[in-house]
Ligand binder design. Structure first.
Ligand code: SF4
Ligand code: SF4
Length: 296
């Protein structure tokens, strides 16, 4: 079974200082042509599809096109309609008309859930948390991970529920990648290992892939390892099977970034602890450097 994380856009109405993708106004979005091709190449066993960004609701044309593509394409998948999740910063809830527009679009597309990261300390600073509270009918939001039901009026548009995820602790899950590299040290996670270590052996059997706005496919949502192919050009399942035979990807899965560095012949003994404790930063350095070589 597959979970497919579609990064539809790097456009965003906010420009958070913790954004690992450096999203903001004017960020690029997936073209309509790429959306069509990516949907045609989704694995048959996709059971969870995520629309993510950037902020998908601020790239209105792309968002609308992708929701239409979802309705047109996914019924052929043998899982029936996959579970469609929308990742959003929830900023649209601050305005009545944008709330109506977004909730109606999602309801008409058959969205299963909205997952908002509006509860994190950073988004709270931007006024998103109070907006979510408004959407919930001003019921108090008091726990770190909570669920809200749209108030009576909005529930006619979207029956809910809406998950507010993340918790609000300083530094929770924030990796110093992209713009977040500029955050003070105490605000970012200080130890982070490679997620690919359990990718292949996930006990639920779920395979997770991330597709960027150009259609490039990655096995990790940080998108630091080299892409395994382009979902506009070939079925995602084919490229995943091929990547599992790739020596570098296999080394990442078996032994993390240290394994990949050894396979590539660039392992640095002096950084052996960093390969384990700051895996994604080392991954960015490793593959950023490799990408710059003429014949990696
Ligand atoms: S809302 Fe999300 S995508 Fe937008 S800038 Fe903030 S972290 Fe990045
Ligand atoms: S180390 Fe690289 S492949 Fe592993 S989770 Fe981090 S960015 Fe992804």
């Amino acid at each position: 079974m597959y979970t497919v994380h579609l990064k539809l856009t790097y456009e965003c109405d906010l420009s958070c200082r913790h954004c690992y993708l450096e999203c903001g106004p004017g960020g690029r979005s997936m073209s309509d042509e790429t959306i069509d091709k990516v949907f045609r190449h989704l694995p048959e066993s996709t059971f969870n599809l995520l629309f993510s960004g950037g902020e998908v609701t601020s790239a209105k044309k792309t968002f609308t096109y992708a929701l239409d593509a979802y309705k047109d394409h996914v019924v052929r998948l043998n899982t029936g309609m996959p579970f469609l999740t929308i990742h959003t910063n929830g900023y649209w809830t601050q305005r009545f008309w944008s709330s109506l527009w977004v909730l109606k679009k999602l309801r008409d597309a058959g969205t299963a859930q909205i997952y908002s990261t509006g509860d994190t300390c950073y988004h709270h600073e931007q006024g998103v948390d109070p907006a979510m509270q408004h959407l919930s009918g001003n019921r108090p939001l008091s726990t770190a991970y909570r669920l809200i039901w749209p108030n009576r009026f909005f529930r006619a548009m979207f029956p809910g529920p809406i998950f507010l995820g993340g918790g609000s602790g300083e530094g929770q899950d924030v990796l110093p990648l992209g713009r977040a590299r500029n955050l003070p040290e105490e605000e970012v996670a200080d130890i982070f290992g490679c997620k690919l270590l359990d990718w292949r052996d996930d006990p639920s059997g779920t395979r997770r892939v991330t597709v960027d706005p150009d259609g490039m496919v990655y096995l990790c949502c940080w998108m630091k390892h080299p892409p395994i192919g382009n979902a506009a050009d070939e079925p995602i399942e084919d490229m995943v099977e091929r990547s599992l035979e790739d020596d570098v990807i296999k080394a990442l899965m078996d032994d993390g970034v240290a394994g990949a560095a050894k396979t590539l012949g660039v392992f640095d003994q002096d950084k052996k602890d960093e390969y384990r404790d700051k895996a994604c930063l080392m991954c960015e350095d490793l593959f950023g450097g490799i990408a710059g070589l003429e014949n990696p």
